[in-house]
Structures are given as C-alpha cells and as structure tokens.
Design a protein around this ligand. Structure first.
Ligand SMILES: C[S@@+](CC[C@H](N)C(=O)[O-])C[C@H]1O[C@@H](n2cnc3c(N)ncnc32)[C@H](O)[C@@H]1O
Length: 253
C-alpha cells in the first residue's frame, strides 16, 4: 500500500471514537500538572479566563478546567464532542486556530499538542496572530510542539494498548521524515480495534510540523511575544518543552 493512499487525520473524524482509548485523560496527570503550575505561577489565584485552541478531546485541559473560565476551540466537531462530555463547564466553539477571532480577550491562550498540526511558517505566524488577538498586553501564551527539528530522530516507532468501554485498541505509530529539507513529518498509524470480540484494522496518516527551535521563537517574537522556554522531564526521563510567551506592551489598567 502506498502511504499516500491513506486518508489524512482520520483520528479526528471518522475514527474520533478511538481517542479516549488511545490517549486516556488519566495519562495527562503529570503533563497537566506542569501546565497548571505555570498558569498559577503567572496568573496567580482566581478563576482566570483561558482560551484553548485545538482542544481535541480536552484530556489535558480536563485536569484543570474546573478552576478557570474556559473557552475551547477545535476544527473537529467529533473531538469537541469528546471534550464537551469531559469538560461540561467549558464553552466549546468550532474554529481554526489560524483564523479564529472571538472578539474578546483572555488572560491566557493555550495550544497543547494541536500546534504540531501546523506545517508551514505562514500557518505558525497566523496562529500566533490569533493568540495575540485574544490577549491584552502582558497576557500569557503557552504552546507545546511535540517535536523540534533538533530533537526528532527518524524513524520513531511507538505502540500502546488501551480500552474505553467495550472497545480495546492497540496502535502502532511510525513517524518519519521523508524530506529533511521541508518542515513536515509524516506519521503512519495502524489501529487494531477489538469490539464485541471482533478485531478490525484501520490505517491513518498525519502530516505535522517540524521546525527548529529558532523558528518558533522568531515567529512568536514577530507576533509580539517575549518568549521563554520551560524544559521539564516527565516520568521515564522524557523531555518536555513549553514555549511560554508574554504579549509585549504595557498592560491596560
Ligand atoms: C492530538 S489532538 C489534541 C488532543 C488534546 N491535547 C487532548 O488533550 O485531548 C489535536 C487536535 O488539533 C485539532 N486541530 C488541528 N489543526 C487545527 C487547526 N488549524 N485549528 C484548530 N484545531 C486544529 C484537531 O482537530 C485535533 O482535535
């Protein structure tokens, strides 16, 4: 089978029902604790207003959503439905992080792993402009790309098994960089899905972005952010890097 024949991003559309088994909310406890710590450190106590772009199933968000006033956006209605079930206190809207304009501002704009779906510098610049448009001066912007040009080693193969209700899923993920001169990474997935004792197999393909750290920082700075990097180690020594931007300018009032 030619990988090009596999449709893109089925996980967010016809296969969205797999998401809770593939990446259960419980798995986000450690990662979300870092998000919460940075939010609290920068915003202080209180029910601050957050906007999450590309919220997906809202699994990371679910670990701190109830402490804040949250609006969450995503391109995929199927993924928003997952997040809505998990995060009933959150206002959900369909929207593209590159162009969304809600006409209101927030204390912080968050983009978790969804930012990895941006594959060109123009898309990054447009998304950073969206973040800036939803913040006042001094506002906080946090993003966590899955991969950086400096750290990705091709190929990367991972697999896992999970369950959700009657569904059991094992997936194998093969991420590779067919053209080291461009800014994209291709990931091929095989899903082994067992429901009511019957096994079926589905394939999926992702195109995600692969940029050097300097590109992220330059484009965030051009969008009006002062940028710092927060680096953590997750359990098992897994490195985790957060891009933390502060919208430049003098805060009003
Ligand atoms: C891996 S999922 C996010 C999972 C999420 N972090 C969680 O904890 O459940 C990535 C999401 O990014 C969304 N996405 C991709 N490109 C987008 C765009 N341009 N604007 C908004 N959402 C986008 C997809 O629809 C998908 O729901």
């Amino acid at each position: 089978m030619d990988p090009q024949d596999i449709p893109l991003h089925r996980l967010y559309h016809d296969l969205a029902y797999l998401w809770p088994a593939m990446s259960p909310p419980e798995d986000y406890a450690e990662e979300a604790a870092h998000w919460r710590a940075v939010l609290r450190e920068r915003l202080g106590p209180g029910r601050h207003r957050l906007l999450e772009l590309g919220v997906g199933g809202g699994h990371n968000l679910s670990r701190f959503a109830d402490e804040f006033e949250v609006v969450a956006a995503d391109l995929s209605e199927a993924m928003l439905a997952h997040s809505h079930r998990l995060n009933p206190s959150v206002e959900h809207v369909v929207g593209d992080m590159r162009s969304l304009r809600l006409g209101r501002t927030f204390d912080a704009v968050l983009i978790h792993d969804a930012i990895s779906h941006l594959t060109t510098e123009d898309d990054l610049a447009a998304t950073f402009a969206t973040a800036a448009a939803h913040l006042e001066a001094g506002g906080l912007f946090i993003a966590t790309p899955d991969d950086y040009r400096e750290t990705f080693r091709s190929p990367r193969v991972t697999h896992d098994t999970g369950t959700h209700g009657d569904l059991a899923l094992t997936y194998v993920e093969f991420a590779h960089d067919p053209d080291p001169d461009d800014t994209t990474l291709e990931t091929l997935f095989t899903y082994f899905i067992t429901e009511k004792g019957r096994l079926r197999i589905e394939h999926d393909r992702f195109l995600t972005g692969l940029f050097p750290r300097a590109t992220w920082r330059r484009l965030m700075a051009e969008a009006g952010f002062e940028v710092e990097t927060r680096a953590f180690e997750l359990e098992g020594g897994v490195p985790y890097e957060m891009l933390v931007g502060t919208k430049a300018g003098r805060p009003t009032a």
